[in-house]
Design a protein around this ligand. Sequence first.
Ligand code: F0G
Length: 474
Amino acid sequence: MKTIIEPFRIKSVEPIRMTNRAERLVYLENAHYNLFALDSEHVIIDLLTDSGTSSMSANQWAAIMRGDESYAGSPSYDKFKKAVNHLMPFTHIIPTHQGRAAEKILFTIIGGPGKYILNNTHFDTTRANIEYTGATAVDLVIEEGKNPSLYHPFKGNMDIAKLEAFIKEKGVENIPMVMLTITNNSGGGQPVSMQNIQETKYICMKYGIPLFIDACRFAENAWFIKQREPGYAEVPVETIVQEMFSYADGCTMSAKKDALVNIGGWLAMNDSTWAEAARNLLILTEGFPTYGGLAGRDLEAMAVGLEEVVQEDYLHYRISSTQYLGEHLTKAGIPIVTPAGGHAIYIDARNMLPHIGPLKYPGQSLAIEMYLHAGIRACEIGTVMFGAQADGTEKAAPMDLVRLAIPRRVYTQSHIDYVIEALTEINANKAQLSGYQISWQPKQLRHFSARFEPIKNEAKRKEAFKNAFAEAEK
Ligand code: F0G
């Protein structure tokens, strides 16, 4: 059989409100052409993120009712810890309200000025939490991982030679931790091979540096290992996951991804001194160590989600449906980051819209047209997100991408076909798309709240940008 069906039936539905282009233009103008400012009710297909947007199963909802809300010693914590430990054999499992809370606690303990944390590619919140302590976040992904059109089965791999050279140059005493982000979200949702995890661990052991995994999309990474790495085709995904974590000394986790829940996370480790420090910090901002920043019911939902996410029918459907979108966009002549990632497809908007220079935000232009044309919301990852410089100028980001992140178990194949059709139509008329200018922006993280307008004339665009920055300085 060619068609890979969704391995679930739908018991409870949420309506999607249909809108037309004229209505969407009004919503968009009211949102100053910033898709983050839209009401989600006005979106038909929401591909802004795969984080916290999963559908929970009937079993997860049933477990929610069994949640024990005791302040201390809740049995829901035991179920949660057992489920985590089945896959990740760490001594200390500390629940947090989401991934970045685990990062904040971890780097408060091990970060600080003069320290370096090495990773294949840090996610934005990981980098921000490291830099907030005065430490430096260093990305050491392999060169192939930086080339959007090149095929490599494990584009998320750490560059082992660079890793060792960096440790030798800066000194072991300045490197409290090496991390591996699996899959590598900021590098296109690309996986890391088991061999690369082993080699990274070997270097860490040689120099006595702990290895932590940013585990958000661990099950998707394990599926890629099963599909692509010699020797793993017959190994159950659960066993692959257990092997992946056997090489690590701890992990940070956003359960909003591969634990199939809407909120949650954890910090795990073997080191008891660090764990004690972490629990002390946890109590300050998150809560008592048996609930972290969560309710007992959230812990129950995570425990069930962890059983469901390693089921191979689920992973087969999950990764195939992302690949299905990628293959059809490629067939339609739309350039994407290849191979397709696990949780998202990244369109290379700079390449697709060569008539719109990077400083006219080709990614934003494409994302806006996707909304106007078909009510699809996606996220620009390019010059809008990374181009602003501290001195008030801006420069082109390395790439101008648009991320189509696929929520887990939410959309069916016909929803994805609709996205493919919409993008095919947009691609046929792409010469008509034009650039945007920023009319207002905040000092930091401008992509969340900046205001945009279509560029009418080039001299005015430059003047408008200067005014927008001057405004933010006031
Ligand atoms: N690490 C990675 C690799 C992530 O992708 C994220 C979140 C986090 C850490 C932080 O977790 O959101 O629970 O605090 N990524 C989301 C995204 C926001 O849209 O890619 P969090």
